[in-house]
Design a protein around this ligand. Structure first.
Ligand SMILES: [Zn+2]
Length: 333
């Protein structure tokens, strides 16, 4: 195949009054093929799980076509979380990622990618463990937030606390895996403005128009919970009923808190700096409306992981705060 290269073309997905360009692979013209090399037949991407990028037929030739044509003949399981994400995650080794044992949750992104999760159950005899939900990469271009969640899965396994952890390291895989990672999901929605907070229909679009000047990175979407990713997280809040949500972001280098309880003053070197609430944000919905404590971590960098010592220090401070504020003495068994 050397010397033969395709180009990308734009297709457009429909969606709530705005279109969004997605680049698809298109093969070179037939005349450019070396002698003896035939194009692959036409395949429907939509029939193949791996190729669930909806709208197109591709006259195919090249790596993508080979994968899709093979999958059509014998449907293959979707690639693992690590196979999909690892190249995007700073400071995560393949071995670490595999050890995290992420499995498909059953939820999917806008473009059909599986949302992966991992539950870490408490060790020992904990009849009523504390339920803690940890969410990374709600904003797809905050790569370190997913990496930190993966690192913390290993630490949770050793934590010896009466805690049932649920990790969702990448809530926005379409943003993370976009050719250039994006904060928003595949429909251009900022998932952290898409939760159902009081007066959303009025406040969220107004805030977007007036305060962000229609920043496309902060579009709250056409309606609350309009997106499969925010719906999935909302379902988790309803069914898992976490008693603490830890939402990991970057790159503002602060710690925020919404909800009842005395907030943690610091995690590692990050200091508490309450930045207020936004219409449609998870902190506003979970912390203010539902009375569910939400710790929001803003790492210093979106693409460069903190050192291992800092990763552990943040974790240990979180555990200390959980021990003090959330686990009554009778449950510390
Ligand atoms: Zn963020």
């Amino acid at each position: 195949m050397s010397g033969v290269s395709g180009v990308t073309v734009e297709a457009r997905t429909e969606g709530a009054g705005r279109e969004r360009a997605i680049n698809y692979y298109r093969p070179p013209p037939l005349g450019a093929l070396p002698r003896g090399l035939q194009p692959f037949p036409t395949v429907h991407l939509s029939r193949v799980p791996f190729c669930a990028l909806r709208p197109v037929r591709v006259l195919a030739q090249g790596a993508l076509a080979l994968v899709c044509a093979t999958a059509q003949a014998a449907p293959a399981p979707p690639p693992s979380a690590c196979a999909q994400w690892l190249h995007r995650l700073p400071g995560v080794q393949a071995k670490q990622c595999a050890a995290a044992q992420l499995t498909p949750s059953g939820g999917h992104s806008q473009q059909g990618r599986p949302l992966f999760w991992r539950d870490v159950q408490p060790t020992g005899n904990a009849p009523t463990p504390l339920r803690v939900l940890v969410v990374g990469a709600m904003h797809g271009d905050e790569l370190t937030s997913a990496s930190l969640a993966l690192h913390w899965i290993a630490l949770a396994e050793k934590a010896r606390r009466p805690v049932h952890w649920r990790f969702i390291p990448v809530l926005n895989p379409d943003g993370l895996l976009a050719r250039r990672p994006t904060r928003v999901n595949a429909r251009g929605v900022d998932l952290n403005r898409n939760f159902r907070t009081p007066g959303w229909e009025h406040d969220a679009p107004l805030y977007w128009e007036k305060r962000t000047r229609k920043d496309p990175r902060r579009w709250p979407g056409p309606a609350p919970l309009s997106e499969p990713e925010s719906q999935f997280l909302h379902t988790q809040l309803e069914s898992f009923r976490p008693q603490l949500v830890v939402s990991i972001h970057a790159p503002y280098g602060v710690l925020d808190f919404d909800g009842p309880h005395e907030p943690p003053q610091r995690l590692g070197h990050l200091r508490l700096d309450r930045v207020g609430v936004f219409p449609g944000s998870l902190g506003h919905y979970g912390g203010v409306q539902q009375g569910m404590p939400v710790v929001t971590i803003e790492l210093d960098h979106a693409q460069r992981m903190p050192r291992d010592a800092e990763v552990r220090s943040m974790w240990n401070d979180l555990l200390r705060w959980i021990d003090t504020r959330l686990i009554p003495p009778t449950r510390k068994n």
